[in-house]
Design a protein around this ligand. Structure first.
Ligand code: FAD
Ligand code: NAP
Length: 481
């Protein structure tokens, strides 16, 4: 294949003939990356640049790439999705092979990969949501942000999720950027959303939505809110939506401003400004109500949620500590947005159940039963699984934006390159890579066929793309049928 792709190199000069012969005599360093999200693509990009003679397979359980960039990032934030252009360049490099529709834990094991590659990098993200573990959490109309986001973004399997938007009040528990994404999508005008790549069925459901009030409830105070300034600004500027703060949540907040670091200072000033300008006018269609110092302790309702009971918290050493006081606030729909969590898909891999991520130190996967704080073992071979690494949300836990995921993955990819260069990993024997028989694997060209069809359907509706949600349909299109 090398010869066909560059035949001139073979006949041009004596020295290039020598270089060609030498590269052929060296065993290809074969690396498998499991997960085609930002962590996987950024690691591949780094390895391509820094490790000669390396060949990378990027394997994903879905027929389509890009992970949460496609299925998490909000449809009204198209600029964030521009990273897809960089990922596409990486995927189209001749040393990279994309293999979609192959699931770790179902279609292959980590052990199989370790036999077939010199190095394996796990980047399969975090696909479950954290639970509150309070009574009645599974009551009807208590949903998770992960499900809601998967539904509006077209993750296969969520097309029939159908959240009940018939009541007037949605309570979102948690104050991170995912919570704000959900609030913004629910309170945005459908006319604005229809120009995005939001799924058609979600658009239809949102156009029928009766939700007017969105409560965003946090267990700590304004100074500890996890959302960031850009996202708050968007809420404050949302057309036909009024933000209302509770005055009592801001006691002593102004006084703490001088001691704050710049990003915290700016967002706190913005909250205070918005609070000082808030009026009692009722002209808006929707209302956004951030509420602080409340921890949910019970979901109240018969068959369906009617209210949430909260303890009122105070802050002790920056932590939420409940007092004896309680407050009950009515609601029609509850959306838990307290973070994602990774799962262990292979029993042979050391998984830290407490942290909800692969047990690792700076990306090196620890041997079974060892923890990061095991300082008694110095020998790298005794401590870590040779040639096995993890990066992205699977390794760090489910926090951080694409940029921080990139930095983490570049760091782990650097470690992999150095481990090859320092002979921690020896590429002395030929490794074949995954060879799959009797199962449809989606190639990069297969994804391009799906992409083209989605864009074509989108153009017909005046939107960037209409996502295909059925796995069967994706596979058919990828197969050229
Ligand atoms: P993921 O993106 O989750 O990728 C994991 C990949 O692994 C997926 O493709 C998945 O299909 C695959 N996979 C899973 N299981 C298996 C398996 N068993 N076998 C094979 N493959 C598997 N950051 C921003 O900077 N801006 C934003 O606007 C933004 N919005 C966000 C919105 C939401 C709702 C969420 C949850 C996050 C958002 N983020 C945003 C954060 C960003 O998405 C993450 O930092 C980033 O996606 C993490 O990358 P990752 O590769 O670790 O995981
Ligand atoms: P997050 O930022 O970690 O926020 C989680 C929220 O849940 C916090 O308010 C947290 O409160 C709260 N929480 C956690 N456990 C709780 C419990 N038991 N009871 C009550 N509240 C609880 O997580 P996320 O919103 O899922 O976002 C994940 C990452 O993706 C973040 O880094 C985020 O910035 C990023 N992201 C970015 C964008 C964007 O850039 N536009 C969009 C979406 C997501 P405490 O602070 O008190 O723990």
């Amino acid at each position: 294949m090398l010869l066909n792709s560059n035949p001139l190199r073979f006949i041009k000069t004596g020295s290039s003939l020598y270089r060609f012969a030498r590269s052929f005599s060296t065993v290809q360093k074969r690396i498998c990356i499991v997960g085609a999200g930002p962590a996987g693509f950024y690691a591949a990009q780094y390895i391509l640049k820094h490790l000669d003679n390396s060949q990378i397979d990027i394997v994903d359980k879905l027929p389509v790439p890009f992970g949460l960039v496609r299925f998490g990032v909000a449809p009204d934030h198209p600029e964030v999705k521009n990273v897809i252009n960089t990922f596409t360049k990486t995927a189209e490099n001749g040393r990279v092979r994309f293999m979609g529709n192959l699931s770790l834990g179902k279609d292959f094991t980590v052990e199989e990969l370790r036999n077939k590659y010199h190095a394996v990098l796990l980047t399969y993200g975090a696909e479950k949501d954290r639970q509150l573990n309070i009574p009645n959490e599974t009551m009807r109309n208590v949903i998770s942000a992960r499900e809601f986001v998967a539904w509006y973004n077209g993750l296969p399997g969520f097309e029939n999720f159908r959240p009940d938007l018939s009541g007037s009040t949605l309570t979102i528990l948690g104050q991170g950027n995912v919570a704000v994404d959900v609030a913004r999508i629910v309170l945005s005008s459908v006319d604005d959303l229809k120009k995005t790549d939001i799924t058609e069925y979600a658009l239809e459901a949102l156009s029928q939505s009766k939700i007017k009030n969105v409560l965003l409830v946090g267990r700590r105070g304004p100074l500890q809110a996890a959302f960031t300034i850009k996202e708050l600004r968007e809420m404050l500027k949302l057309p036909n939506c009024k933000t209302t703060w509770r005055e009592e949540d801001f006691q002593n907040v102004a006084e703490s401003i001088p001691a704050l670091q710049r990003p915290k200072k700016r967002i706190t000033e913005l909250m205070l400004k918005s609070l000082s300008e808030q009026s009692t006018s009722t002209g808006s269609v929707g209302s956004f109500l951030p509420i602080f110092y409340r921890s949910p302790v019970n979901v109240i309702g018969n068959d369906c949620v009617e209210a949430i009971e909260y303890t009122i918290n105070k802050l002790v050493d920056n932590k939420a500590v409940s007092t004896d006081e309680k407050e009950t606030i009515g609601t029609d729909l509850v959306c838990r947005s307290i973070g994602y969590v990774s799962t262990n898909v292979d029993k042979d891999v050391n998984f830290d159940d407490r942290k909800g991520c692969i047990a690792n130190v700076a990306g090196r996967v620890l041997k079974k039963a060892l923890t990061g704080s095991d300082s008694t073992i110095d020998d790298i071979e005794d401590k870590y699984e040779k040639g096995l690494y993890a990066s992205g949300w699977l390794a760090t836990g489910p926090t951080g934006v694409i940029l921080s995921t990139m930095n983490n993955s570049f760091g782990v990819a650097d470690l992999i390159c150095k481990d090859f260069q320092n002979n921690v990993i020896r590429a002395t024997e030929v490794k074949p890579g995954l060879q799959v028989i009797g199962h449809q694997v989606v190639s990069w060209n297969g994804w391009k066929a799906i992409d083209q069809e989605e864009c074509r359907r989108g153009t017909e509706k005046g939107k960037p793309r209409e996502k295909i949600v059925s796995l069967e349909e994706m596979l058919r299109i990828a197969d050229g049928k």
